[in-house]
Write a protein that binds this ligand. Structure first.
Ligand code: XMP
Length: 310
């Protein structure tokens, strides 16, 4: 792929599709939506608003960090606080696909309001090829793929979707992001799923349970980041295990540490992590999160496991 040619073509395409209308770009801060937002900014900067939905499922300080990166590029990002809507939609849901569908519906409902309130007719989003392949292949419902085949986004939601990266795989998106001038922190950023930490909380997704995973994720990222894995994160299981807290029995939480190597996320291998690093992670998680009594490192490739837990 000739990256410069790809960018020129997509910029022209976005200009033609959106024309003089208004569009909203859906930014999550991941490499896909970031590249997509900058592409769209190059194409239609004056007719575009960039929106970041704070769904309460982001990593620590993510909304503010993303806003800062884009401010440095001269792009204003509006953060919409929709945490209550997402936690309401996920309340009581245990089944992974039900959780994914609840997330997706909340995502489109919040965006529908944002798009229609601002008089926009287009939603620009960073869907990539793997999202489409996995949803159509029946692996799992990606938050950004509509499953009612034959019903367009316009009929369902009242706006048209623009997806300039839908033919690319992750490594190609990284090249495009670099060429677009995004900083390394973004173009080499670990993939983070649309439904955020909800994919790493097995069982009910509540603000309290998300906070446990968020804190454990900070530790995993801090300790493993030097190994430059494709993706590394923590998962909170719904099962519990017996442990000891100040001499007393505690039936507490179990955290799984997952780190994988991959090129396109369609297959993956566990990262061979040095034992000392694993022990540091285990000690830090149990010390910094007193209700966690067990930490395990996952050693399953994809397939048969998927990368995320739901
Ligand atoms: P799985 O868990 O299916 O993940 O092996 C493959 C890659 O996709 C990411 N992922 C998602 N990305 N929306 C996204 O934008 C989603 O719903 C979603 N689910 C998984 C995951 O982090 C991995 O990189």
């Amino acid at each position: 792929m000739d990256v410069k040619e790809f960018i020129d073509q997509r910029v022209e395409e976005i200009k033609t599709i959106v024309g003089p209308e208004m569009a909203i770009s859906a930014l999550s801060g991941g490499v896909d939506s970031s590249a997509c937002t900058v592409l769209a900014h190059w194409a239609i900067k004056d007719n575009m608003k960039v929106i970041f939905i704070d769904d309460g499922l982001m990593r620590k300080s993510e909304p503010q960090e993303v806003q800062k990166v884009f401010a440095d590029l001269g792009i204003t990002v509006e953060i919409i606080d929709a945490q209550d809507e997402f936690f309401m939609a996920l309340k009581g849901k245990i089944d992974p696909e039900e959780k994914r569908k609840a997330f997706r519906n909340a995502f489109y409902t919040v965006f529908k309001k944002a798009v229609l309130d601002s008089g926009a007719r287009f939603l620009i989003q960073g869907t990539i090829a793997a999202d489409i392949i996995e949803t159509k292949g029946g692996v799992k419902t990606q938050h950004n793929i509509l499953d009612q085949i034959g019903i367009s986004a316009e009929d369902q939601y009242g706006y048209k979707l623009v997806e300039p990266l839908r033919d690319l795989f992750k490594h190609q998106v990284r090249e495009v992001a670099k060429e677009l001038g995004l900083p390394e922190a973004i173009h080499q950023r670990m993939p983070f799923p649309g439904p955020g930490l909800a994919t790493r909380v097995v069982g009910e997704v509540t603000p309290e349970r998300v906070e446990v995973v968020r804190k454990a994720t900070v530790i995993v990222e801090e300790e493993i980041i030097g190994l430059k894995p494709f993706q590394a994160f923590a998962v909170l299981l719904s099962d519990k295990g017996t442990g000891i807290d100040e001499g007393k029995r505690l039936f507490g939480d179990i955290i799984i540490v997952r780190s994988v190597e991959s090129r396109d996320a369609l297959t993956a291998e566990p990262t061979p992590i040095p034992w000392e690093t694993l022990m540091t992670i285990s000690r830090r998680i149990t010390a910094e999160l007193p209700n966690v009594v067990r930490v395990a490192y996952e050693i399953t490739p994809k397939p048969p496991a998927t990368i995320e837990y739901i």
